[in-house]
Structure formats: C-alpha cells, structure tokens
Design a binder for this molecule. Structure first.
Ligand SMILES: Cc1cc2nc3c(=O)[nH]c(=O)nc-3n(C[C@H](O)[C@H](O)[C@H](O)COP(=O)(O)O)c2cc1C
Length: 158
C-alpha cells in the first residue's frame, strides 16, 4: 500500500472541529478534537475518538459525562488554544471562562452549540479509543455553521 496515497485519501473525509471538556478534580479541562461523529439516531449517540496517553484521555476515563462544544467558523483561536492546556481553574481553561452544568461539565461561555454526553462504552481500539456516548443535554445558544477542518490549514490523521 502507498502510505502517502492512503493519507491523501483519508484527508478527504470531512471532519468537524470540536472542544470537548470535562471535570478534572475541582478544575475544568478540555481538548480540541476532530474525530467525532453521530452513530445512532434513537437513542442519539456520538462517537469521540480520544488519543491514548493524553491528559484528556485520563480525565475522560475518570468521568461519567463529557461536554462537546461546536465552534463557529470564526473561533479558530479558542479551538487552537485547546490543542494544549496550559492553565486550569475552577472557572476558566486557558483563560476561557466556563460555568459548571448540572451534570458537572465545564460549559464554555463563548461557544454557540454544546452537547452534553454520558459515556456509554469505551472501545479500546487503535491509538484513539472510541468513547461511545449518549447525548443527554443540548445547549443551542446560536444556530450557526460550525468550524470544520477544511476551513483551516490544520491536519490530523493519516
Ligand atoms: C487539528 C487537530 C485535530 C485533533 N483531533 C484530535 C482527536 O480527534 N482526538 C484526540 O484525542 N486528539 C486530537 N487532537 C490532539 C488534541 O487536541 C491535543 O493535542 C491532545 O489532547 C493534547 O494532549 P495532552 O492533553 O496530553 O497535552 C487534535 C489535534 C489537532 C491539531
């Protein structure tokens, strides 16, 4: 198999950009992820692939709930900030303020569309185990088009 061709073909698969957050002790934490897709309608499930040995993977394993934020097309700065968490507190992550949801998820103030999910199953496969999650709450602050990989010059996968 030609590995470069494989990488090129895989890069054509449309991917959105998301900020997933979770409770980390008394603080909030998160990560910017692109491997997210809906996998069931009724009940509504999404699958998130989270890279092993990252701090967010460890946090996700310790939580029942996660939140998944969908950014608008203009929100590249906040998304790129979540490639690396440098500052965490009880009300902000990397300087971005959040409030705690009833389920205990950090909900970022600035994001227009948010899903809260309950982890149903973790499929430990490959380098990004799949978190199969049921959608248990949705927060629609503004109905806008979301940021996707093709809106940026970022690459992930291959
Ligand atoms: C464009 C892009 C897409 C990414 N997509 C994912 C993803 O789908 N899943 C994932 O676990 N990490 C993804 N990452 C990596 C995370 O954003 C982040 O770098 C990693 O969780 C940080 O690890 P740490 O928490 O150990 O510092 C992506 C990174 C980039 C630049």
């Amino acid at each position: 198999m030609n590995l470069e061709d494989k990488k090129t073909i895989l890069s054509k698969i449309p991917n959105g950009l998301f900020i997933t957050t979770a409770k980390d002790g008394e603080k909030g934490t998160g990560a910017a992820i692109s491997f997210v897709t809906q996998i069931s309608i009724d009940p509504s499930y999404v699958a998130l692939s989270i890279r092993k040995n990252t701090s967010f993977y460890t946090t996700a394993l310790n939580n029942k709930y996660l939140s998944v934020h969908l950014p608008s097309k203009e929100q590249t700065s906040i998304v790129s900030s979540f490639f690396k968490i440098k500052e965490q507190s009880s009300n902000s992550i990397n300087g971005y303020n959040f409030t705690w949801s009833k389920l205990g998820n950090p909900i970022l103030d600035d994001l227009p569309m948010i899903l809260e999910v309950e982890i149903n199953q973790i499929v430990d496969v490959g380098d990004h185990p799949i978190f199969i999650c049921e959608i248990v709450n949705s927060i629609l602050r503004k109905n806008v088009d979301m940021l996707t990989m093709t809106d940026t010059n970022w690459h992930y996968g291959g």
